[in-house]
Design a protein around this ligand. Structure first.
Ligand code: SF4
Ligand code: MG
Length: 340
């Protein structure tokens, strides 16, 4: 089966007054129907720029997108805006971190979802549209959907608003959902419910999901595949089991060591990654992670001068961009992950 989403050598450049910034640099991956790819990394890793590119949402006056993105066989890069609009909502839809940025404050939520439906179902009548929207509100677990239809966003709790936005994203049956930090603003219980809703929806409709998050706890709950990004590049990628259980990249080790929810004891030896994400205007030579890496010996010279290429490690699609020799890496990996 052809993957539903295929991204090949994607680059996103922004021009700012201080110079050119490459927010996404040579990212490639595929996502099949019914699978969830989690894109992880700290803020500034390029995750949101990647998400916007997947919907063709970058403003061409500010950003240059190069490489290839195909959704159900349709190329997105360079496609005219009118054609992109036909794909958006119908083939690919987005869930944002903050529903209030997507929902208009002065219109009832049901009506906003109805409008989203009408964009792709122009001949749908009022009654049919309302029925469809109420059905979606019900499907995403909003009780009394008929009453909620007429309420304004501020009348709903954060969790209900996020559910309403998921209903809006799903109303046209898109086969691909892009979710950018969809649960970051919610408390842990509601977060778990929303993630469960997304996995239920996926099981029911076979939706492909790209979920952007900085939270490896979220990744552990929903990911089939994981892409670890740093400074716009892929550091590591593979199946969730590979990346979470046998992580190979020093940056991934650092991310894992700083997540309380993946560890039994939330108070236990949490170690944030020292240093700050790099300034994209002034990237280090060699491996972009080297100024923060604790593992540069014995290959320090290469780390400082030569960017590591993404290459296969082991079998089964696990890939890694790091100069550490295999033996050394395996030894350190064992050390790092027993400390977690
Ligand atoms: Fe660390 Fe060098 Fe590997 Fe980069 S290439 S992650 S600096 S060991
Ligand atoms: Mg972001």
């Amino acid at each position: 089966m052809d993957p539903y989403l295929r991204v090949t050598d994607l680059r996103v450049d922004f021009t700012s007054t201080d110079g050119m910034v490459r927010a996404v640099d040579g990212v490639s991956f595929t996502v099949e129907r019914g699978r969830t790819l989690c894109v992880v990394g700290e803020s500034g890793a390029g995750k949101s720029s990647l998400a916007l590119a997947l919907l063709g949402l970058h403003d061409p006056r500010r950003a240059t997108v190069a490489g290839e993105i195909t959704v159900a066989g349709h190329g997105l890069v360079g496609r005219p805006e009118a054609a992109l609009r036909r794909l958006r909502g119908r083939d690919v839809a987005m869930i944002f971190q903050d529903p209030l940025s997507a929902l208009h404050p002065y219109h009832p939520v049901g009506r906003q979802i109805a409008e989203a439906y009408r964009v792709h179902h122009r001949r749908a009548g009022r009654a049919e549209t309302r029925r469809r929207v109420v059905e979606m509100l019900d499907r995403v677990g909003i009780s009394q959907p008929d009453r909620r239809y007429d309420q304004y966003p501020h009348e709903l709790s954060g969790g209900l608003r996020q559910r309403a936005m998921i209903a809006m994203a799903l109303v046209n049956d898109p086969a691909l959902l892009i979710a950018d930090e969809p649960t970051a603003a919610l408390d842990v219980t509601v977060q778990a419910q929303i993630l469960e809703l997304l996995t239920d929806v996926q099981a029911e409709y076979g939706t492909a999901i790209v979920l952007i998050t900085h939270d490896l706890g979220v990744v552990g709950q929903v990911a089939d595949d994981v892409l670890v990004m740093y400074a716009g590049r892929v550091m590591e990628r593979g199946h969730a089991g590979q990346v979470l259980r046998t992580p190979q990249h020093p940056y991934t080790w650092g991310l894992l060591a700083s997540v309380p929810s993946l560890r039994g004891d939330p108070e236990a030896d949490l170690r944030p990654i020292p240093g700050l994400p790099p300034n994209l205007l002034d990237l280090p030579d060699g491996c972009v992670f080297h100024p923060r890496c604790r593992h540069t010996e014995p290959v320090g010279h290469r780390c400082r001068t030569e960017p590591p290429q993404l290459r296969a490690v082991g079998t089964g699609g696990h890939r890694l961009a790091c100069h550490l020799p295999t033996r050394e890496r395996i030894r350190r990996q064992a050390e790092e992950t027993t400390r977690v």
